[in-house]
Design a protein around this ligand. Structure first.
Ligand code: GTP
Ligand code: MG
Length: 305
């Protein structure tokens, strides 16, 4: 069955099915990408990242309502690190983002299990599905857990980093990598004690980086600062739209390279493990007769000759 006509109509069942295909079915996803690739690469992608419980979902909820008022049609993808363990987190997001769901925003959690490369693949193709269904912008929520947030910043046009005074986000715990990725830094839950102090530290720490990001204070609970965030977001969306052709080219270059390296890696792995000299060298390494560096060099030579 061809699901693209239902996708075009933004039917929820078709969107869910298409995303599942990209997550689980290699063969079908090759067929689907052929149909939807051509029209992809135009929607603005906004990555929102931050520690667990920083209030990302709450902020996204408020944001998507405002973006809709501005005539946009946002969709939300939540990258869920726990979804392979239980459905709890997904349910949590659904409940918290109820407001925007009711007003017709598409929300979907995708698993972040497996190799990091697999997450990127899922995200890229889920974005394409949502674009095909007419959504723009696409907001990606991810829990700041190292590699994933960096990967998402490569995929997103705009990266928003959410800090939270309540969970003990302090300047000492803010990793170096995070100062590079943000277009907007938000000290969230500004209704709580410690927010002003954290805001000051973030300004001192991040205010001077070359990218010159926007630094804001906001509370989804009281609504204070949300309008300012939307204003900054709107400006960035307009700017990124102008650069989209170029950034899409850069992103496709990265994607193509990733796919090739994945393919080669897969091929080499299977060749490697059926290789005779590999097993004999492995035995020697196990017996400590040769060190793994020398063994690897010899094996590589014999495979790549
Ligand atoms: N005081 C205060 N609490 C907030 C604010 N925004 C969200 N919260 C609360 O913080 C908790 C976490 O909010 P979420 O929006 O689920 O946070 P999240 O970052 O999406 O959480 P995960 O997806 O689990 O990482 C909830 O209990 C919210 O009610 C805020 O501005 N102020
Ligand atoms: Mg959340």
């Amino acid at each position: 069955m061809d699901i693209t006509s239902d996708l075009k109509k933004a039917k929820r069942g078709a969107i869910a099915k298409a995303i599942s295909i990209f997550e689980n079915d290699k063969k079908e996803s090759r067929k689907l990408i052929k149909k939807i690739f051509k029209s992809s690469g135009k929607s603005i992608v906004i990555g929102i990242t931050g520690a667990a419980g920083a209030g990302k979902s709450s902020l996204i909820d408020k944001t998507s309502i405002q973006l809709k008022k501005l005539g946009m049609k946002p969709a939300i993808l939540a990258i869920d690190p726990t979804s392979h363990v239980s459905g709890g987190a997904i349910l949590g997001d659904r409940v918290r983002m109820m407001e925007s769901t009711d007003s017709g925003t598409y929300i979907r959690s995708i698993a972040s299990r497996g190799a990091t490369g697999a997450i990127s693949r899922s995200i890229r193709n889920s974005i394409r599905v949502l674009e095909y269904a007419g959504f723009n912008p696409i907001i990606i929520e991810s829990v700041g857990a190292g590699q994933t947030e960096i990967e998402i910043s490569h995929i997103a046009d705009i990266t928003v980093v959410v800090f939270n005074p309540h969970t003990g986000d302090s300047i000492q715990t803010i990793k170096a990598g995070i100062t590079e990725i943000g277009d907007i830094y938000i000290v969230h839950k500004s209704d709580l004690d410690g927010a002003s102090q954290l805001f000051q530290s973030v300004q001192d720490f991040i205010g001077s980086v070359e990218k010159n990001p926007v630094i804001l204070k906001a509370s989804s609970k009281t609504g204070k600062g949300v309008a300012e965030f939307i204003k900054e977001l709107k400006i960035l969306i307009a700017n990124k739209k102008k650069e989209k052709k170029l950034s899409e080219k850069q992103r496709l270059t990265k994607e193509l390279d990733d796919i090739i390296l994945d393919n080669i890696n897969e091929k080499i792995s299977s060749v490697l493990h059926s290789n005779k000299s590999y097993s004999s060298y492995l035995k020697k390494v196990h017996e400590k007769k040769i060190d793994p560096y020398e063994a690897a060099e010899n094996i590589s030579k014999s495979i790549l000759k």
